[in-house]
Design a protein around this ligand. Structure first.
Ligand SMILES: Nc1ncnc2c1ncn2[C@@H]1O[C@H](COP(=O)(O)OP(=O)(O)OP(=O)(O)O)[C@@H](O)[C@H]1O
Length: 458
């Protein structure tokens, strides 16, 4: 049997803390691990009743007292300091007459365990974010497929600056290949083994955009996940952050982004602790950002920060020599996809080379796919082309009033803008009207065309 000193030596050899009280709740002893974990010396505690230990503020709750009260084993977690958590398990030792002789409590510091769990959760989140925003490298073409000398010059400049940390601003109309160019810079950069995180700033409302970029801590706002969320600024660490349509970033977020760029750290929404991040920033916009600065819609200081090297991708109508190779390339691509054998009639190529492609390469790709899947014969002729492409003037149906024809034209312009720009916000901006005006107009005109005029109509 162990007694006295021997028993204490055995207790001191244990890595978990041990606290022993008698059947009345008076402290008999604690071991060295307990002293180390809690920072409370044995000599202070010995002989103290557990209620006094609580009263003196050494601990917040006494497991020993709960064991004595409940007459069974009790386990709880206690906070010693803000960032220190211990797991405490008390067990009653009952003598032959059924009385509690001792309460033996073990104490384990679980701070590291909890930190490791949080780190594991964060890692899991980060991997999800990367999966969502960072397409696998092999999905990307290493180089653009088709390049004319004008585009080639953009790609050469991009590759030259890729290896530096210089922030690049890509400008060009929608669908001109800005994302492809941003990916090329990433692939040729020093951080190519890191993530490529892409966010379209025009695609979501301000509050969501902030949570997406900065992430949030648990309980930051109603509806927030109780695990918190890793923001893209953190997910892009050691990689590239590509902010597409940066001109649409709300002013309040522009100020916050400026701070992140300057300080390489940020506060998640609802957080009080800064998080470090180091990424290469590539921005893109189809707006003229200088004009937005003049209208006080974009911060001049942010523009100077993000635009160390500007690269402007020309619109497809300004590089018409690429149109035919692009048509061939994507025809071949969709023929393979759908196992067809379509080919162009030369008149189609000629006609499409003269078209001005407001949606640029994206519009061209969509058209080629549409023609391949809808064509009933292998040879695609001008007869298969949509009206706006065969140069037909918009006349509307014969015999209709000027007002009706104008409504048709308005509805058609809205639909085309939506097709080209993808979102009501971007389409409204392109047409120079409010998003809500666009939505209302479209609904009203659709109802009118279907013979259900709304109250707005005269
Ligand atoms: N030189 C090229 N050769 C072949 N395909 C290209 C080329 N450049 C771009 N593309 C293709 O055109 C499509 C549009 O390109 P991308 O998404 O890079 O344009 P974007 O300017 O970023 O558009 P947005 O401003 O709307 O985001 C993509 O499918 C891309 O792969």
């Amino acid at each position: 049997m162990f007694h006295g000193d021997n028993l204490q030596r055995v207790l001191d050899a244990m890595s978990d803390g041990v606290y022993i009280t008698d059947g009345n709740g008076v402290t008999i002893t604690v071991n060295k691990a307990y002293e180390r974990i809690t920072g409370i010396p044995k000599r202070t505690l010995q002989g103290m009743h557990m209620s006094e230990v609580v009263k003196a503020g050494y601990i917040s709750r006494s497991v020993s007292l709960e064991v004595l009260k409940e007459r069974r084993a009790v386990t709880l977690t206690q906070a010693l300091t803000d960032d220190h958590k211990i797991l405490v398990s008390g067990t009653p030792m009952i003598d032959a007459r059924g009385r509690i002789e001792y309460v033996v409590t073990t104490v384990r510091d679980v701070t590291e365990l909890l930190q490791a769990k949080r780190a594991e959760e964060q890692l899991e989140q980060l991997l999800n974010v990367r999966e969502q925003y960072g397409p696998a490298q092999h999905d990307w073409p290493a180089e653009p497929f088709i390049v004319s000398p004008r585009t080639q010059a953009c790609y050469e400049l991009a590759k030259r600056v890729a290896n530096s940390a210089a922030k690049v601003l890509l400008q060009g109309e929608t669908g001109t290949g800005k994302t492809l160019l941003a990916r090329t810079i990433h692939q040729y950069s020093r951080c190519s083994s890191g993530p490529f995180i892409e966010l379209n700033c025009a695609a979501m409302p301000e509050s969501l955009l902030e949570a997406e970029l900065f992430g949030y801590v648990p309980g930051a706002f109603t509806g927030a996940s109780n695990k918190g969320k890793t923001g893209l600024l953190e997910a892009a660490n050691n990689g590239t952050l590509f902010l597409d349509e940066i001109g649409d970033l709300p002013l309040s977020l522009q100020a916050k982004l400026l701070k992140v760029i300057a300080e390489k750290r940020f506060l998640p929404v609802g957080g009080t602790e800064f998080r470090q991040t180091n990424f290469r920033l590539i921005s893109a916009s189809h707006h003229d950002l200088k004009a937005l600065v003049a209208e006080s819609r974009f911060r001049a200081d942010l523009l100077y920060r993000i635009c160390v090297v500007p690269i402007e991708l020309p619109a497809l109508r300004e590089r018409t020599e690429e149109i035919e190779p692009l048509l061939e390339h994507y025809l071949c691509y969709f023929n393979q996809q759908y196992e067809f054998d379509c080919r162009w009639h030369q008149s189609v190529v000629e006609r499409l080379t003269r078209y001005d492609w407001p949606g640029n390469i994206r519009e061209l790709i969509n058209l080629v796919e549409r023609l391949v899947v809808t064509s009933e014969q292998a040879l695609i002729t001008t007869a298969h082309l949509p009206r706006e492409l065969i140069g037909e003037q918009f006349l509307g149906k014969q015999g209709l009033s000027l007002r009706h024809r104008m409504d048709e034209l308005e509805l058609r312009l809205i639909s085309e803008a939506l097709q080209v720009h993808g979102t009501t916000r971007a389409a409204a901006q392109a047409l120079g009207i409010d998003q809500s005006t666009l939505v209302k107009k479209q609904q009203r005109l659709k109802a009118k065309m279907m013979g259900n005029p709304t109250q707005d109509d005269e």
